[in-house]
Design a protein around this ligand. Structure first.
Ligand code: GDP
Ligand code: MG
Length: 307
């Protein structure tokens, strides 16, 4: 028997916000590269995660959710999702199966922008029915699976839980087999195609999301202004600026007696250290920049889409 050839390729993870795309990416590669939060629209641009194995290398592209949006930043986010789709060998459509099993009436509107493009696809399509751990009774899935099959006849459907890992080995196996034969495109120990400083900024942003309530996090951006390596002592000094839209937001980010920013700094520092495996000194500043999310040049500086 012939040995199956090594496969390598790109997988775009698409779907509505909050479906669990970023969680699925992290679980697949066994490392946290994408930030996750209980609030929709946490992921702003394309995040990659590389899974290297003995028989395949899978390069996942996490995307911001596909949905109806207003504003420049949101347009940039959507564009980045469609671009990921263009560059993919395999498409993964991630859906919150628990949500649609309970509320089937939400499905059509949530996946409206994807129905036609996916139905017309020639590439392999995997529909990933996520969060099945939340379903007490798995038979509740059946009507949803039938509806999805009706939309996308060629697609294969995989019920999984990105959180518990249930169904994940089977999904990953199928993805590997669907990728084109070819050599690995990245070194085996590379986790992401993104620079570490970008990932560090994302970690700070995640901690802000987790520490702040209401809509504030949507109007915050994080930029790494300096990343100084001290190779002799093996540590890194990182200066990160948190941009907010209003001065009232600045005081929220800082918190009473600096409590919030301190907490954000401590938790982010710990995670960045784990990621880069070096000692980290993290300095955070908060700056007010009105309407930053409508400023194309600034968005570009942050690595969000084209200017
Ligand atoms: P994204 O917007 O599609 O990237 O979704 P995230 O990965 O940020 O996840 C959104 C929320 O759903 C987070 O609170 C996750 O912890 C949660 N979540 C993701 N996958 C699962 C899952 O399989 N089961 C459960 N119970 N929660 C999940
Ligand atoms: Mg996400």
């Amino acid at each position: 028997m012939n040995q199956p050839a090594f496969t390598c390729g790109w997988v775009a993870l698409m779907g509505p916000p909050n479906a669990g795309k970023s969680t699925l990416l992290n679980t697949s590669i066994g490392q946290k590269v994408a930030i996750v939060s209980p609030r929709p629209q946490t992921t702003r641009n394309r995040i990659t995660g590389i899974l290297s194995g003995k028989d395949a290398q899978v390069i996942f592209m996490d995307t911001p959710g596909i949905h109806q949006l207003r504003g420049k930043m949101n347009r940039v986010m959507l564009q980045s999702a469609w671009q990921a789709m263009e560059g993919a060998d395999v498409l993964g459509i991630v859906l919150d199966a628990d949500l649609y099993a309970r509320r089937p009436e939400f499905l059509d509107k949530d996946i409206a922008p994807l129905i036609e493009p996916i139905a017309a696809e020639n590439r392999p399509v995997f529909v990933i029915a996520n969060k099945v751990d939340l379903l007490g009774d798995k038979s509740k899935l059946l009507p949803l699976l039938e509806t999805l099959h009706g939309y996308w006849l060629r697609a294969e459907i995989f019920p999984v839980s990105a959180l518990s890992g249930e169904g994940m080995p089977r999904l990953l196996d199928a993805i590997k087999k669907a990728l084109p034969a070819g050599e690995a495109q990245f070194p085996e120990d590379m986790l992401s195609t993104l620079p570490m400083r970008f990932m560090a900024a994302e970690i700070v942003r995640e901690k802000l999301f987790l520490s702040l309530r209401q809509e504030l996090p949507y109007s915050t951006a994080v930029d790494i202004e300096a990343w100084d390596e001290d190779f002799e002592r093996g540590h890194v000094t990182i200066h990160a600026v948190i941009y907010v839209g209003r001065s009232s937001h600045k005081s929220m980010v800082i918190g009473h007696a600096g409590k919030n920013i301190k907490q954000v700094g401590q938790t982010a520092r710990k995670e960045i250290m784990e990621l880069i495996d070096r000692k980290v000194h993290l300095e955070l500043w908060v700056k007010v920049k009105e309407n930053w999310n409508e400023d194309a040049a600034f968005l570009h500086e942050l690595g969000l889409g084209a200017p």
